[in-house]
Every structure is written in C-alpha cells, then in structure tokens.
Design a protein around this ligand. Structure first.
Ligand code: B12
Length: 511
C-alpha cells in the first residue's frame, strides 16, 4: 500500500486531484489531499498597476481579483505545509497546478523538499503539461495530460519498493540534464470506468489564515460540482479547455473525441451520493453542457426523478435550442453564464476563433430572459488586438442586449494558447490602458440598467477623458451595497459567497 499526498493551490473543488485520489484509494493505497490556501474571488483590486498572476475582472464597474493576488501565502503557512507533509510522510507528493503557479510553486516546493529530501515529487495538470521543463527545475517528474494510469503505475512501483518512475507512461523527467518524454497513453474513452471524485471528509487538509484545518472544518456539502464529461467542443484562441486534443496530437499523435461523456446513469449515481450528503445546489462544470439530444433527455429525466435539485450549467446559443432550454428548466436549471467576449465580428472570428454571431447571442439572451433563467454576461477586454473601433462595436452591441449583470475579464495569456502565439507573431500595440479601463466601466454600465445605459451612451460620445471612468464608477455604489447583502445571503444559505446561485443574479431581466 503506497501513501499518496496530493497538493493543490487555491482550488477547494479541484476535481482533477480528487479523481486521482479516488483512483489511488480504489487500488487500496492511502491518499491525503492538502488544499494550500483557500480559493477566493471578487475582492477589490486597490492598485491596478501592481503585477498580477490571477484573472482580473470588472464587476459592478470595479476591478476584482482573487487567489494569490488577494490572499498571498505567508511563510508561517509554508511552515505549516512542511510540518503537515513531514507528519503525513507520504511515499510520493502529487502536485496539481495551473500555469499561474509555475514560478510561485517553486518557492513552496523548495521548502517542502528540505523537510522531505527523499520523497519523489510528481507534478501534473495544465501548468506542468504545458511547461514541463519549468516544473522539472523543482519536481522529479511531470505527468503530461490525464494522470489516472500514471497514478496506478506509481502505486505499483512504490508497492515494489521502488522510487524510480522513469518507466511510467505520460511521465517526463530529466536525465543528465536532458528531458526524457515517455510515450503518453491515449486518454480513456469510457469515463464511467473512473471512480467518483474523492470528497471523503477524512484525509483532507486546508492551510489558510495561518491555520491548518481538517476536512470537517472546511468541507462544504451544500454545493456539489460535477463534470458529466471531459473536453470542450469550442476552440477559443484564449482558452486551453478545448486544446487537450491538439496537445495530445502534436506531442503523442493520439486522436480522441473533443468531448467525451459519462453515461447519464453514472452521473446520477454520483449526484445521489452528493444529495444524500446534504447538497442543495448542483454546479455542472463542463465548459459547455452536453448538447447530444438523446443523452440530455435521458440525463434530465433521471435528474428530475432522482435528484431534483436546482442546478447551474454553461449553456451556448450554438448548442442549446429552445426545446432543450425548456427541458433544462423543467429539470431544475436556475442559473447559467453567457460568454460573449466581444461584440466585434472581426475580433470574434479572426482573433478569438469564436463562431457565434451577435444576432444569435441576442436571441439566446432573450430566450434565457423569457424562460426566467438567471445569468450574467462574460466579456473580454484589454486585448492588444482590440482597437477603439472594436471597443465601440462591443459597447454598441451590449447596449442592445437585455439588462443583466456582466463581468469584464482582462485577457490573460497562457503558455501554448493559440492567442499567445498570435501575439508573439503580430506583436500588436493596442490602445492605452486608460482607454480599456474607460470601456470596461462603460460595458458594465451598458447592461446594468436603462438609466446607467443612457449615461454610458452619453459619456461614450464624449470619449475617455482623465478621471472619467472613476467618475462613472460612482454610479455603482448602490449596487455594491446590494452585492454585499447578496453575498452574505449566499454565505448563510450555501456557505459560499458566490453570485451564480439562485436568487443572486438579476431575475427580472428586461429587453
Ligand atoms: C473547473 C475549472 C476551474 C474551477 C476549479 C474548481 C473546479 N474544479 O471546479 C475554478 C472556477 C475554481 C477555476 C479557477 C481557475 N482556473 Co480554471 N478551469 C476549470 C476547468 C474548466 C476544468 C478543470 C477540471 O477540473 N478538469 C477536470 C479534471 C478531471 O481534469 P484536470 O484538473 O485537468 O486533471 C487531470 C489532468 O490534468 C491530470 N492531473 C491534474 N493534476 C495532476 C497531478 C498529478 C500528480 C498527475 C500525475 C496528474 C494530474 O490528471 C487529472 C485527471 O485526468 C479547466 C478547463 C478544462 N477543461 O480542463 C479550467 C482551467 C484549468 N482553469 C484555468 C485558469 C487560468 C483558472 C484560474 C487561474 C482563473 C483565475 N480565476 O485566475 C483559476 C485558478 C484556480 C487555481 N487555484 O489554480 C485555465 C488554466 C490554463 C493554464 N495554462 O494553466 C483552464 C485550462 C481554462 C482556461 N481558461 O484555459 N477553474
């Protein structure tokens, strides 16, 4: 029996490591999960010029961020992590991270290694898969792509008293300074073979607020996150979700479907366990909720009969037509998010590689209103490809949409993302930050209410002048007060202060 310890940063849900932990446990191994630092979002950014590692977005006109930027770890917390790992004395430490943590992670792992010099450290997830060379500066192995099989092989190696994982598929390691890329196996076809993510209370630790908590002290049973599949049908240039296929094709010549689905029965069984443990709201986290009619009908039918809890799912105009929206609402869909990203056809098609035209987005937003589904819009800004004309196109389009809350994300560039390559090639200049700031606040005003929309239209004609955006932000003060109340309500009922919960987003959208 091998002793695994999984470690991840600012991600309480972390379905990836929880699935791997369940895979290890199913083989009879011992597995612990350490959540280093609590994920946090929505905190106000005071100094927008300060260097940031995490997403930044405008909501109710003000810039927000979360995770490390708003809740950095302390040396004392790193000490707690080292103590806990020494106490757990795992045979292998499994680090799961995104690119954000690539350089930051080194500081922590170097300390951890001092306490456990002989314990192999294997890193996996998007960060290590995209930049293995950087992680191999402070980890022993990197797992490319999906790690279930690698975890099984690591368990076998440890059971045969070996710390040498150099024979295991999907692993990358350094030998005499050279990177060795082992062959990667094709991701599993039948996702029903996967165990359900490990949400057991035991063997779970959270280090945050200069304290260490055990499972029962921080586990939130009221909201349950599930993936009913893997992958994404879209190919947006700024997002990696739809990029696994091309990464496996380029690196290992493996072809597999862009999206893979679990069986409805398999998903419902997992949700029945969550419901029996007190779940009140379900978040279906797939980037796009499945659109396969046969699958959706069976799933929603079973869901209504055996789960019947309100739920969130990401819906798209390209995939989810009226009849399916009706089925979803009958089954319990309450909230969704509508990614628009830009109102400029050129930017949408040629830069973001998104196919859905404005009129389709408009019609879909109106359908969501008619069906009483709560939602918010997502828009991207601060893209160096965007000119003033593109910003004006987006503003004009937003002024035609149903009134509804909106988040304006500052575009982030991930290693290996198509848009990152485009920027390297084109080296676009873009507009001044003050112009993006002005339009980000205008975007928020355009969909907040008819009054703020008319003020925004007037100010947009005047164009950005010094301090104009800050003056306009004042219009959101009443909404900020309401937001605080809503987050407190959500915290009381669902133990999280998120706004994508029923009753937290504007209900009576108008158009
Ligand atoms: C859901 C999700 C979230 C949720 C996470 C909670 C949750 N799980 O529900 C939330 C909303 C909190 C979130 C936050 C963020 N996310 Co996110 N998120 C995703 C999403 C959609 C799914 C991740 C997931 O759980 N996949 C399913 C599991 C099964 O897969 P997995 O985690 O990749 O794990 C598998 C493999 O990677 C591997 N593996 C993973 N870890 C390890 C460890 C070892 C040792 C081994 C061997 C293998 C291994 O095996 C696992 C099983 O096969 C992905 C896109 C995607 N489709 O993957 C984006 C994504 C991972 N997120 C992304 C980003 C940028 C963020 C944020 C930084 C954004 C921000 N706010 O600043 C934050 C950071 C959070 C953090 N702490 O790091 C990017 C990462 C890009 C990159 N290059 O790193 C992605 C790819 C989306 C995108 N925009 O491109 N995210």
């Amino acid at each position: 029996m091998a002793k695994f310890t999984f470690l991840t940063f600012y991600d309480n849900i972390c379905l990836g490591p929880r699935i791997l932990s369940a895979v290890a446990k199913k083989e009879g191994h011992q597995s612990n999960l350490i959540l280093f630092k609590n994920e946090c979002g929505g905190s106000f950014v005071k100094d927008s010029k300060k260097k940031f590692v995490n997403y930044q977005y405008f909501q109710y006109g003000y810039l927000r961020s979360g995770h490390y930027d708003m809740n950095p770890w302390s040396t004392y917390e790193v000490g707690l992590l080292q103590q806990l790992l020494t106490q757990l004395a795992p045979d292998v430490i499994c680090l799961s991270t995104r690119s954000f943590w690539t350089s930051l992670g080194k500081n922590i792992i170097d300390v951890v290694r001092n306490g456990l010099p002989d314990t192999p450290i294997v890193a996996g997830g998007w960060g290590p898969s995209l930049e293995p060379e950087k992680y191999l500066e402070y980890c022993d192995y990197v797992c490319f792509g999906e790690g279930e099989q690698a975890i099984l092989e690591i368990g076998k190696a440890i059971d045969s008293n070996s710390n040498d994982f150099s024979h295991i598929n999907n692993l990358i390691y350094k030998k005499k300074g050279k990177l060795i890329f082992n062959e990667s196996i094709k991701p599993v076809d039948n996702l029903d073979l996967m165990p359900f993510p490990d949400f057991d209370i035991s063997g779970k630790f959270l280090i945050d607020d200069n304290a260490q908590k055990t499972g029962s002290e921080f586990h939130n049973e009221k909201i349950y996150d599930i993936f009913v599949g893997r992958g994404c049908p879209l190919n947006c240039s700024y997002c990696m979700s739809g990029q696994w296929n091309s990464l496996y094709k380029i690196n290992h010549n493996h072809k597999f479907p862009k999206t893979r689905l679990r069986s409805p029965e398999n998903c419902i069984k997992e949700l029945e366990i969550a419901k029996s443990k007190g779940a009140l709201f379900i978040r279906i986290k797939d980037e796009v909720f499945p659109a396969k009619k046969s699958w959706v009908s069976i799933f929603l039918d079973l869901y209504k009969k055996r789960i019947d809890l309100p739920f969130f799912a990401y819906l798209r105009p390209e995939f989810h037509k009226s009849q399916m929206l009706e089925q979803l609402v009958i089954a319990g869909l309450k909230t969704t998010g509508l990614g628009i990203q830009t109102g400029s056809d050129i930017i949408r098609k040629e830069i973001y590689n998104r196919k859905c035209p404005n009129d389709k987005v408009m019609a879909f937003a109106r359908e969501l209103v008619d069906k009483n589904i709560e939602f918010h819009y997502d828009i991207l800004c601060y893209s160096p490809f965007e000119t003033l004309d593109n910003l004006k196109d987006t503003f004009t389009f937003l002024c035609t949409l149903p009134i509804c809350e909106l988040k304006v994300f500052k575009l982030a560039f991930f290693p290996g993302a198509p848009i990152s390559e485009m920027i390297k090639k084109a080296n676009p200049v873009g507009e001044k930050d003050s112009v993006y700031f002005f339009y980000s606040v205008l975007y928020c005003l355009a969909t907040h209410s008819y009054f703020t929309r008319s003020v925004a239209k007037f100010m947009e004609k005047l164009g950005p002048f010094y301090g104009s955006a800050k003056i306009l932000q004042v219009l959101f003060w009443p909404a900020l007060f309401k937001e605080k109340q809503k987050r407190n309500q959500a915290k009381k009922k669902y133990k999280v202060s998120s706004l994508i919960l029923p009753g937290m987003q504007k209900k009576n959208h108008q158009y």
